[in-house]
Design a protein around this ligand. Sequence first.
Ligand SMILES: [Ca+2]
Length: 195
Amino acid sequence: MAATKQPHGTTQPPYVPPVPPPYYYPVIPKKDRTWIIVVVVIAIVGLLFIAPTMFFLFFPFPETAHITEFSEDVAISEGGHFKYTCGYLTKGDKIQISITVKEGGPVDVYIMQSDQYKGAYEVSNVSVMSFSALFKKENITQLNETYCLNKSTGWDEICVVIDNRDAPLTLNDATPTGPVLVKTEIKTIEIYAFD
Ligand SMILES: [Ca+2]
């Protein structure tokens, strides 16, 4: 690699830039990206409004409740009981109970969670029986009641029981005098059901 040699004694000519002064580097102008921001903002705002609208259009749950109705004359033998399962209810759901004893003596009406029912009715013998209920009305021949599930029971199966037995744990309950025939109407209102 040979360096350019200047002849001895000669003076190197000064470097003259090819363009006239002032010298500057060309500045690339910044692209205007404002429109992208505008589009993104419009898209986000649009989604914020459209998404909930679409959701409520397809799942209009605040307006509609899931209602289940039961209406029958129920025959219960002496010492027996009738259980109606309302389903898996949550806080805020309601149960409307309307009963009239058409034949026989007074009965007891209870609203129970699944564990309460098992403890009271699905035990092998009286010594291991337990009793508790969300709602109770004992020794009655007629009832018109709207019960609102006012505490969280978790996602639990709730039932209505019409009782015609003499249980030792429920001291103020009806004393059965024979079979009963009970006109029974139970309306379950689930307020948050998707239906
Ligand atoms: Ca009873």
